[in-house]
Design a protein around this ligand. Structure first.
Ligand code: G3P
Length: 300
């Protein structure tokens, strides 16, 4: 599995690249904003992005800001032309750039992806929340597809009535194994009071609600979303690579690796979390205490 760093902060990018584990980077307007804010707004954007590209030893995703197909294609060409001399530019295109419910822009992302593919400009279809969107992105010719695992976990937790910042924090692991067990137990309770035939049970609102609230239209978690996309792409041999995005903790990284995702794009703090374990720390301290002088002298 490749690891990309999900940040636009050059200090973080430089440090993570020095660890020898970074294969690429992903940015988006929110990450650029965070990096710019950190420098008190003092950033010359062109120079800054150039430095990111020169630092990262692999593809760097840069996002367009237009929301219509033509505008996105133009911006993608500009990004590609301007920054390709400094590194490997991938253009991030929202899979569905609509800003309202009218649906008029629903397919503009796919149109842009298709045009850019024909021009040889690699794309990363972003803001993917369903396997269906991922399937369409692959068919349109996206080089990468980025399902947002953490945001789906947030969405399901919200449907269950859990509040971000109150009942759980952004980096908390979403224990969908526990949720599944709770759902089964709750269903058993609900069923016990019902005596009708299966057809009746199937349509009972309270039976359906138990399930519906613990998932997003059949998706049980962000990792489940990633796993299903990986499976669909492998079923049909799509070349589009899956980037597990919106990753919030080390355990999610383990799980997306277990399902065979091509790439995980990770915030700096998640990479840091991956290297730590209290027993590793304890072991290091013990080894250090146990060094006998004659062994230490070997290294003098
Ligand atoms: O990779 C997408 C990512 O930057 C979004 O992360 O944690 O804001 O959902 P998050």
């Amino acid at each position: 599995m490749k690891i990309f760093i999900d940040t636009a902060d050059l200090d973080e990018i430089r440090e993570a690249c020095s660890w020898g584990i970074v294969d690429g980077a992903t940015t988006n307007p929110s990450l650029i904003k965070r990096a710019v804010d950190k420098r008190g707004g003092n950033v010359t954007m062109e120079k800054y992005i150039r430095e990111i590209l020169e630092t990262v030893p692999g593809p760097v995703s840069l996002e367009v800001i237009a929301t219509d197909a033509e505008g996105m294609v133009e911006q993608a060409r500009l990004l590609h032309r301007k920054f390709s001399p400094y590194g490997e530019v991938v253009v991030k295109i929202p899979v569905n750039p609509s800003l309202d419910e009218s649906g008029t822009r629903d397919f503009d992302g796919l149109k842009a992806i298709q045009t850019l593919k024909n021009e040889g400009i690699p794309t990363n279809a972003t803001l993917i929340m369903t396997p269906e969107q991922a399937l369409l992105a692959a068919k349109a010719g996206a080089s990468y597809a980025s399902p947002f695992a953490g945001r789906i976990d947030d969405y399901i937790r919200k449907r269950m009535g859990l509040r971000l910042g109150v009942d759980f924090q952004k980096g908390d692991y979403f224990d969908y194994g526990l949720v599944n067990a709770l759902v089964r137990a709750r269903l058993k309770d609900v069923m016990e009071s019902k005596t009708g035939p299966l057809s009746e049970l199937y349509s009972e609102r309270d039976v359906r609600e138990v399930l519906a609230k613990a998932q997003d239209n059949g998706i049980c978690s962000g990792v489940d979303l990633v796993a299903r996309i990986v499976r669909i792409y492998r079923n049909y041999g799509y070349k589009t690579q899956v980037i597990a995005a919106s990753i919030r903790n080390a355990r999610q990284v383990r799980e997306v690796a277990e399902v065979g995702v091509d790439i995980a794009t990770l915030p700096f703090n998640v990479i840091r979390e991956m290297i730590r374990h209290p027993k590793t720390l304890e072991g290091m301290r013990r080894f250090t205490e146990d060094i006998v002088p004659s062994y230490r002298r070997l290294f003098k």
